[in-house]
Design a protein around this ligand. Sequence first.
Ligand code: GLP
Length: 253
Amino acid sequence: MNLSVFPTARDAAAALADHIAGALRTKPDLVLGLPTGRTPVQLYRELAALTERHAVDFSRTTTFNLDEFLGLRPDDPASYRRYMERHLFRKINIDRERIHVLDGSAPDPEAECARYERAIREAGGVDLQILGIGSNGHIGFNEPGDSLMARTHRVTLRPETRRANAALFGGDAGRVPGEALSMGMATILQARSIVLLATGVEKAASVERMIHGPITTRLPASFLQLHADTLVVLDEGAARKLERRTENEERRR
Ligand code: GLP
């Protein structure tokens, strides 16, 4: 895994925004996998700012979001679809037809998952997958457990994940849906290139286990060790528990 550590969360987000803009210059029809959560909010702000300065062009980009809450309609104010509209899609020059987010209100969730896998295949696969990490080490909504699922699937959310997502539901974890739809581990690992963004000291322990620990279903992000092209972008807080530094690390101060 390659590692880049930046002094602040803002620097990390700006560097990742530049990385995405660069990838789009090389391949304007890039297929981009996108996360939600608090962490990417600053990244999306940076991408919106680059759009305003005409420094990035999303007109030919296709996007696939990682996950969505089960039972929420796309226009529900708490849905990840609406989150994406608010933070990114409304602010960039993306073709609406090329936006893909799982529909949490689909009458047949399993069929919706199969449709999503098909859509990713038909788009030619994900070129660049951006990820966050849950404080329990989940990626997308692939929760720690005895087993992991390969493909896009229906998942039961753990209590800590529902608590972490409570802000979207007026701070009430009890209102966070108990289930979600998520890309699976193979869906994520088949992306040609992956960048995981983690900021803040509350992510330091799972970041350390992800990089230096064993590959285990107890920490889904550890499977990224199997991917040949993964970059981990951190701020100082999230890097706090890393004593050993890899050769590829760039320290920028
Ligand atoms: C949610 C999302 C994940 C995200 C995680 C971390 O659970 N499904 O994709 O990585 O939150 O969120 P935050 O950035 O708010 O810590």
